[in-house]
Design a protein around this ligand. Sequence first.
Ligand code: RB5
Length: 177
Amino acid sequence: MGFRGPFTRWLIGSANFLVVMNTAVQGDVIAIASDHAGFSLKVILREDIERKGFRALDLGTDSLDPADYPKIAESLALTVASGKARFGVVLCGTGIGVSIAANRHLGIRAALCHNVETVRLGRRHNDANVLALGARVIDEVTARACLQEFLVTEFEKAERHSRRVAMLDKAVNGTLL
Ligand code: RB5
C-alpha cells in the first residue's frame, strides 16, 4: 500500500462519492467527442442526445481532418471527471484508443462497447460514466441503440458492485493490494 496523505485520501474519497450518482436525467449535460474516424457518427449521436432532451456538449473534432485521439479523450475525460458533464460519449475508429486514453483519468470509467448488452452491464455493474464506441467497427443502428441504453440504464448499486467500483480509483500504480 503506497503512502497517501490525508488530503489525497479525502480527495479520492470525495471523487468516489461524487461519481456514485443516478442515471442521466433529461437536461443533464452529456459530453461527446471524437477523432476524425468517429466524426460522422458523432454528429448523428449528438443529435440523438439532444432529441432525447439532454444537452450535448460537443468537444470536437469538427471535421474529417486527422485529429489525435489522446487529446480528444483527455478533453472529454476532464469534462466528465470535473462534473461539467454527467456522462461522456467518445468515439474513434475502433473505440480502443479513446477508451485507453479516457481510462487514464481518475474518476473515469470508460466502457468500450459493441452491443447493447455490454452497455447494459457496463452501466449496471461498472457504473460506466463514459461510453466508448468504434465508428469503423459497429453500424449506426447499433451505435444509436448503445447510446440509448447507456443513458437510461442505472447502476445496480449492489454492495459487491459498489465495492469493486470504489476500488478502481484506488488502483493507481499498484496501490490496491
Ligand atoms: C485513426 O486512424 C485510428 O487509429 C483511430 O481512430 C483509433 O481507431 C485508434 O484507436
